[in-house]
Ligand binder design. Structure first.
Ligand code: PEP
Ligand code: MG
Length: 558
């Protein structure tokens, strides 16, 4: 009898296969005795942490891109002098070696968890360092991705960045985790790899190695011991999906030829290199924070110019929308004065950082202006977290002064969506950041997994705000795009087009599917889908109402 496990679908697609679980993390042995010489034991812990740091740094180089950056940051945690100092103190109090390392890491985790947001998300990275160092100390197998010798569905409590970074999509059919949220490493990297993924599948903790499951990364449903009919349906869906995916190419458009630009989201030079090789119309969101994060001082004008030139160089003849620095909240910078903030997500973040640090924005715009002048790429620039028309005007003026002729604003604060018409009067384009727009509309922290339902981009209230921006865009003839996670959901992409959106920027791996689903529907059909979604009372019924309107020819892709 099949059993159903419900979770949250975060990377679309279906897969069928045997479960292989992540090797369990090692624990300090029960009854462990203290070592005779605390100094020698400290040396062993230091050597184990260093071995882990080297391993993570090597992997960072191997994988590159966003995943590589995460691994480099995790390697730094393994070399944190305050961690070693804390282990030293515990060893000198007579604690056994493995237990001392474990306790020292947990006390740092408590501090990080207390800080909330981005810092709290680092807890799983630090525990990953601890688990690996314990494996070295205790001479146990390194925890991580299993290699059963055949393709498998990876099941784990939560995946660390080190695990996800080395996943081989040819081996891993799907990912299911007990924890994790829609913006977790698992979700973002699985989407990038095109592997179906379900997170927050609490009952998946009971799955055993070798049991057979069907994973639906769109609905979040995991079926254990599936019926032969379901297995056949999944195989057929995979076949049709593959065949269909090979059929589309070129610029995005609806069935009646309304152009909808399909663009990639990137965060690093390596991302740019990979996305540049794909069939997409350019970049709709270049998150520039990667250049600044983890540094003690701001990158120089020259360094920035060189990086931007390299990124832009991968898109000759195409468009790149660059977002200026979106620091603060979940992305604090060591060298930026954010002030003393009780609620960083509601504080000096995004464009507001420039209020206290105007030089940062000026230097960035100047570097970008110089890079744009040196390449044959269409460069658009936009500011994050714009709340008022006057903020938009100020930004556009600063961009123009730096020689950037196309300047716009992200719409991710409800105030800007509510007064879209006035914001649009002052800019060349807008791009809706649905991740933050959902967070601020629903007063729901986007980092908090339990709030995923409120952050669902199918929420009709969010669609109402997008509609207001779409209408303002049509009446003012100002292009409106979406660059939040919503743009990569093929069904929702049709709804967005029906609401007036004319460019969609997403994880590069999702472009092909969105292109095909969009091409199967006319603008009038997209508008009917938008109406059906807005007519619903909640996200689930909005999704179901639109699903009922989808053309049969592309249902295998959803
Ligand atoms: C968004 O908020 O939707 C967005 C695209 O920006 P980020 O996810 O980088 O905050
Ligand atoms: Mg945002």
């Amino acid at each position: 009898m099949p059993t159903r496990i419900e979770g949250l679908g975060v990377s679309p697609g279906t897969a069928h296969g045997p479960v292989a679980r992540l090797a369990p993390p090692p624990r300090p042995p029960a009854g462990e005795q203290p070592g005779a010489d605390p100094a020698a034991e400290l040396g062993r812990v230091g050597a184990a942490l260093e071995q882990v740091a080297v391993l993570l740094s090597e992997r960072a180089v191997q994988v590159g891109g966003e995943a590589g950056d995460v691994l480099t940051a995790t390697a730094l945690m393994a070399r944190d002098p305050s961690l070693i100092a804390s282990v030293k103190g515990l060893l000198e109090q007579g604690r056994p070696t493995a237990a001392a390392l474990d306790a020292a890491v947990e006390s740092v985790c408590d501090v990080l968890a207390g800080l909330g947001g981005y810092m709290a998300e680092r807890v799983s990275d630090l525990r990953d360092v601890r688990n690996r160092a314990l494996a070295v100390l205790l001479d146990l197998p390194m925890p991580g991705i299993p290699h059963p010798g055949h393709p498998f569905v990876l099941v784990g409590h939560d995946l660390s960045p080190a695990d996800t970074a080395t996943l081989d999509p040819a081996e891993v059919l799907a990912i299911v985790t007990v924890e994790g949220g829609p913006t977790s490493h698992t979700a973002i990297l699985a989407k990038g790899l095109g592997v179906p993924a379900v997170v927050q599948a609490v009952s998946a903790a009971g799955l055993t190695d070798g049991s057979t499951v069907v994973v639906d990364g769109s609905t979040g449903l995991v079926t254990v011991d599936p019926s032969p009919e379901l297995v056949a349906a999944v195989a057929e869906q995979a076949r049709v999906r593959k065949a269909l995916a090979a059929t589309g190419s070129g610029p995005g458009r609806t069935a009646d030829d309304v152009p909808v630009a399909l663009l990639a989201n990137i965060a690093t030079v390596e991302d740019a290199r990979r996305a540049g090789a794909l069939d997409c119309e350019g970049v709709g969101l270049f998150r520039t924070e990667g250049l600044y994060l983890g540094r003690q001082s701001a990158p120089s004008l020259e360094e920035q110019e060189a990086s931007y030139r390299e990124v832009l160089g991968y898109f000759t003849g195409r468009k790149v929308v660059v977002r200026t620095l979106d620091a603060g909240a979940d992305k604090p910078l060591a060298f930026v004065d954010h002030g003393d903030e009780e609620n960083p997500a509601l504080g000096l973040r995004g464009l507001r950082v420039s209020w206290k640090n105007p030089g940062l924005l000026q230097t960035q715009l100047e570097a970008l202006g110089r890079a744009a002048a040196a390449v044959d790429t269409e460069v658009w620039v936009m500011a994050p977290m714009v709340a008022t028309p006057s903020e938009a005007t100020g930004f556009v003026e600063a961009a123009r002064a730096a020689g950037l002729s196309v300047a716009g604003a992200m719409i991710e604060v409800p105030a800007a969506a509510l007064r879209a018409s006035r914001v649009l009067a002052t800019v060349d384009f807008v791009s809706i950041g649905t991740n933050d727009l959902a967070q601020y509309t629903f007063a729901a922290d986007r980092m908090q997994g339990e709030l995923a339902g409120l952050l669902d981009p199918w929420q009709p209230a969010l669609l109402d705000l997008i509609a207001a921006v779409g209408e303002a865009g049509s009446s003012r003839a100002v292009p409106v795009g979406v660059c939040g996670e919503a743009a990569g959901d093929p069904l929702l992409a049709c709804v967005l087009v029906g609401l007036g959106v004319r460019s969609l920027s997403m994880a590069p791996g999702l472009v092909a599917t969105v292109r095909l689903v969009l091409a199967a529907h006319s603008l009038a059909e997209c508008r009917a889908m938008a109406e059906a979604a807005r007519d619903a009372d909640d996200a689930t019924s909005a999704r179901a109402a639109v699903r009922a309107l989808v053309k049969e020819s592309v249902t295998a892709l959803l």
